[in-house]
Design a binder for this molecule. Structure first.
Ligand SMILES: [Zn+2]
Length: 171
């Protein structure tokens, strides 16, 4: 991924290209962007200090555990990711499945509803780790392939789908 392209923020070698933002970012600024986004979502939902992620999504859990600060208050949060919510909406439209997850659960908000598993994997790779992608069941993999294709052709497509699901109050 590292090439001759330069970071939009600092001019160092690019680590990743963000099609959605049309920006190249170095390791440091990519890590910062991701953490800032999730911290912003946590803060705007009144969650500060420590968080305790649920076990739903291994990658989401790993990222949120990394993000968790020390604090007297530990807030339980859901570890579901953008893929989980995009899948829930996709399965609803394609196969009439009623979503089982919600972004705002009574006692576990989902701070990663705009963060993709690809971003989380790139985040840990930028720190020299190599987490494995998640395996889902056949039907979910089929829908996710379709959604990733959509994302490839139209960056931000998965987030748009999730936002549509929020507007329709199905997630
Ligand atoms: Zn930079």
């Amino acid at each position: 991924m590292e090439g001759k392209d330069k970071c939009f923020e600092c001019g160092r070698a690019s680590y990743i290209f963000y099609p959605y933002l049309r920006q190249n970012l170095c390791r440091k600024h990519f890590q910062r962007l991701l953490m800032k986004r999730v911290n912003g979502i946590l803060a705007s939902n009144g969650i500060r200090g420590g968080i305790k992620p649920s076990k739903d999504n291994r990658l989401g859990r790993r990222f949120l555990s990394f993000m968790s600060k020390r604090g007297r208050t530990i807030t339980p949060v859901s570890s579901n990711t953008l893929e989980d919510f995009a899948l829930a909406v996709g399965l609803y439209f394609l196969f009439d499945r009623i979503p089982k997850i919600r972004i705002k659960e009574v006692n576990a908000f989902s701070p990663l509803y705009t963060t993709s598993e690809d971003e989380i994997i790139s985040f840990f790779k930028s720190k020299g780790r190599e987490p494995r992608p998640l395996k889902r069941n056949k039907e979910e993999e089929y829908v996710l392939d379709f959604l990733r294709g959509l994302e490839g052709r139209r960056p931000g497509g998965m987030i748009s789908l999730v936002k549509m699901g929020i507007r329709l109050k199905i997630i």
